[in-house]
Design a protein around this ligand. Structure first.
Ligand code: FES
Length: 86
């Protein structure tokens, strides 16, 4: 089980997380990952200048954009593929 938390503070939200939010939701649904990924939003954590911020498990991703987001999601999914198909 992984946790994705997206910063919904106004700075991160307006600089990309408004779009990333939908992209992540769609990705989880399209790949049937609802049981493996808990997705939620969180409030500003004072990293605005390095945003948009995304937190996956304990790791903080900074300056996320659409291309890095897809890479991050693919990496996360492949980790799960490895654990479910050893
Ligand atoms: S709005 Fe995301 S860290 Fe401040």
């Amino acid at each position: 089980m992984h946790t994705i938390q997206i910063c919904l503070g106004s700075s991160c939200y307006s600089r990309g997380n408004n779009t990333h939010l939908g992209v992540i939701r769609k990705y989880i649904a399209e790949h049937g990952l609802e049981a493996e990924i808990a997705f939620s939003g969180h409030l500003c954590e004072n990293l605005c200048s390095e945003g948009p911020i995304l937190r996956i498990d304990e790791k903080v991703y900074k300056e996320v954009n659409l291309s890095s987001l897809y890479r991050i999601l693919e990496e996360l999914k492949s980790k799960d593929d490895v654990t479910s198909n050893p």
